[in-house]
Write a protein that binds this ligand. Sequence first.
Ligand SMILES: [Zn+2]
Length: 460
Amino acid sequence: MRLAALLIALSAACAAHAQAPLPQSALDAAAQLRERALADDTGYRIIESLTTEVGPRLPGSEADARAVAWAEAKFAELGFDRVWTEPVTFPKWERRSERAAVLGAHAQPLLVTALGGSPGGTVEAEIVRFPDFAALDAAPESEVAGKIVFVDFRMRRSRDGAGYGEAGPVRGRGPSVAARKGAAGFLMRSIGTSAHRVANTGLTRFEDGVAPIPAAATSLPDADQLGRLLERGPVRVRLELDCGWNGEYTSHNVIGELRGREAPDEIVVIAGHLDSWDLGTGAVDDASGVGITMAAGRLVSQLPQRPRRTLRVIAFANEEQGLIGARQYAERHAGALAGHVVGAESDFGAGRIYAFNTSARSASHALSAQIAQVLAPLGIEFAPDRGGPGPDIGPLAQRGMAWAWLGQDGTGYFDLHHNADDTLDKVDPEAVRQNVAAYAVFAYLAAEAEGGFAPAGGAD
Ligand SMILES: [Zn+2]
């Protein structure tokens, strides 16, 4: 009886051992890598370099080209085995000037910023307020025609950014819906949480067949002001935007690679995006993602030998206007996507990472759990069934690549996202070190492992 129990226990232990995709030596090396990362400031220095030397990086701007040259030089300086660029072509949107004012008895300036994708134009009209997108969507044309629509939705602050998803339709679809109902212009309370007098830009997309109208966002204090003015009677506003689409531009994804020692055609991707909006210097969105992933790759490159698989660090072009670099990467590499084992993107600011998960289920769960074990001392919990691919990983994940999620605390992210406060002083060097440590551990172990992260039902 006791012998039988022992045999069962032994066979269970052997089965568990056979399933473990990473040997103890790899876990030990990853733990050392983690500790080295926590004492290394390469990530912060990269963020400082990009935001200082290039500044804001609006897709298609003169700074876009400088950012590409910067990234190529930085990958080379950091010692990657191979550095190259891949062209990414997209329509170019320009911001030239933007101004707005309340007219009449309570005349005063309003702080606004044009939404990406807005046409230029000057409109002067009474504003009509809606509390959210659904109310605008349900409004009859008679209520909207000839007016400046003002959507006054308040975004909710949250750690995981859920409030951003809830607010999304206001900016993404609001201008189009307003235009279809005959509005003269569109104003919105910024999708953001900052009490500062800063407005948050971001892309809007006009549906086919709709004549685009000038579309802008106000700061939260300006939106509050409009609300108080509306309590006193009708409010007329003048909105003057000089901006719009202007031809095509070709930028580049910039890629730095560490070639795998045993399985070079199997690729682990970690990424950020090189472009930014133009109001701040794009420090948290997304110089941080670029710095965190480049620095993680650099740390892996300093190990005595290359991991089994290839590690590719990608600085994607033009994420902000529709994941354009990521989509073109997925098309260009469609024939090699089976070799892309897993990908993770850092694009949620510079806050500490608090959770980890991958798209792997049952069959590959053991590998994710082993990685989580090395991440745990960083204050990162294993959170099965949570998270998802970062934005630029999305097009690859849609084609079947597994994703990993290193969930950052985004409680303060939307104080800075897409507005003029997104500057280097908001980046905490200690949080960056924690992020770099987590990405280095993940990238190294994913590249060192046997087997992959296939989702449930898929082959490993
Ligand atoms: Zn971003």
